[in-house]
Design a protein around this ligand. Structure first.
Ligand SMILES: *Cc1c(COP(=O)(O)O)cnc(C)c1O
Length: 445
């Protein structure tokens, strides 16, 4: 007799009928609504006063001296690259498995992106791959705390220091998280992040850059803003002739409805993300130790944490369960809980033509290498370990309701405990085809 639903048995859950409030995000209460309405009613959408207030509050919360908002995380990251002095002919090392905004803007500055592998256990930048990426032209490293897992900052910071490189953190998945007791976004020369409505810190469309370095702060401010690029704010002699214009040739100013929402979200952020971590740690505490299935999380005993746990994932190890295929396993769990498990995450960026052939300015060379001293695309050949990783999502609980979480955990447990029933399935699907370039914000987009 078969037990598993995929083999004709009775599923653990007939339908995925957990309460909707367990997944609702962001949490918009009356105070958030009023904060946004107040901006609308007083016609201050295009101002800076509320944005500057948010910058001050965010900088204090993050433990950094300065903060600058931008209209989105992409612009904040581009400003971060300019802030550390990235320019034509430089190279920047970035993990290949991340969202495009971690590095695509480097091409606008004339810099070449050198992609590094990710560590298959953390899906974050593999510090052991940095040496391979290094050259006399390396200027900076982009450390991404991917899926909220803190990047190995001991190793990355040591490498950056040893070679005199600038370090930027992309904290878009991990606002407020910690690595060994220290807040993410305080390790790099500059850190930047998205606060768009899908992220853990969700404030509409907004980005922010934080730094302790006064010069980097002024460069970022002058890059993103025109009216704030003025004599009061800017003291760097080289920049002074260019006040009143945005050095990045963009209008980076934030929409103050988003800044007002961000102020409200910040007040509740630590408590709400603590509940997410409680829920997901509870889920994994009940499953860890089972063969094949490995949670992507940190051991909190050293002061590290998973912040708002942006998109919880597991890693699958078929060799521990008799070689049962990854997709067969995911199908079996999906059949037990009535929830189709998404697989793969972001496609590795080096596999997109925008990093191979795109020549927007007609320079006769791909933008990626237009000003480079070598064809860094050659280095992409070493990135196979970052392709086709066997990683998949689990439901993203935002509320700690143990009896509901138990139901989902029971579905995962059941599949592992009856894994033998799956040994007859052939699974020839290619995991390199799993994933997407970006997640959809609304179902109908
Ligand atoms: C979302 C995201 C960004 C870009 O932020 P936007 O606010 O969407 O422009 C950058 N890096 C990573 C890792 C992201 O997930």
């Amino acid at each position: 007799m078969s037990h598993l639903a995929l083999c004709g048995g009775k599923p653990v859950m007939e339908t995925f009928d957990l309460p909707e409030e367990m997944f609702r995000w962001p949490i918009i209460d009356g105070e958030s609504e009023n904060a946004v309405l107040d901006i609308l009613r007083t016609n201050r959408i295009s101002g800076n006063d509320v944005t500057v207030r948010f910058e001050k509050e965010f900088a204090a919360w993050n433990g950094t001296k300065h903060a600058v908002c931008a209209g989105n995380g992409t612009m904040a990251l581009e400003a971060a690259m300019f802030a550390v002095g990235l320019r034509a002919g430089d190279e920047i090392i970035c993990p290949t498995k991340t969202y495009w905004a971690s590095c695509l803007s480097a091409q606008k500055l004339g810099a070449a992106v050198v992609f590094a592998n990710v560590d298959p256990d953390t899906v974050c930048l593999d510090p052991n791959d940095l040496e391979r990426c290094l050259s006399p032209w390396t200027k900076a490293i982009m450390a991404v705390h991917y899926w909220a897992h803190p990047c190995d900052m001991d190793a990355v910071c040591a490498f950056a220091k040893k070679h005199g490189l600038k370090l930027i953190e992309d904290v878009s998945h991990a606002q407020g998280g910690h690595y060994k007791g220290r807040k993410l976004g305080t390790f790099g020369d500059v850190a930047a992040m998205s606060l768009m409505s899908q992220k853990s810190f969700a404030a509409g469309e907004l980005g922010i850059l934080v730094t302790d370095d006064g010069e980097a702060y002024e460069r970022a401010l002058a890059y993103l803003h025109y009216e704030r690029n003025n004599e009061q704010n800017i003291h760097i002699p080289d920049l002074l002739p260019y006040i009143n214009m945005p050095l990045g040739a963009m209008k980076g100013r934030a929409n103050q409805m988003c800044a007002a929402l961000a102020i409200e979200q910040l007040r509740h952020y630590d408590a709400r993300t603590a509940e997410i971590r409680r829920a997901l740690n509870y889920f994994w505490d009940g499953l860890d130790g089972l063969p094949g299935l490995h949670s992507l999380r940190v051991d909190e005993s050293d002061g590290s944490d998973m912040a708002g746990w942006y998109v919880p994932h597991f890693i699958y190890r078929p060799e521990e369960v008799g070689g049962v295929g990854f997709h067969t396993f995911c199908d079996a769990v999906s059949a037990e809980i009535g929830w189709k498990i998404p697989t793969g995450g972001n496609f590795p960026l080096h596999t997109h033509p925008i990093f191979q052939t795109w020549d927007p300015m007609g320079l006769g060379k791909p933008a990626r290498i237009a000003f480079a001293h070598r064809d860094v695309r050659e280095l992409d050949k070493a990135l196979a370990p970052s392709e086709g990783l066997l990683c998949a999502e689990v439901p993203y609980f935002r509320k700690f309701i143990p009896e509901e979480i138990d139901k989902v955990a029971a579905g995962f447990r059941k599949v592992v405990e009856h894994i033998g029933e799956l040994s007859a399935f052939t699974d020839d699907r290619d995991a390199r085809k799993d994933g997407q370039w970006y997640g959809k914000v609304n179902k109908d987009d």
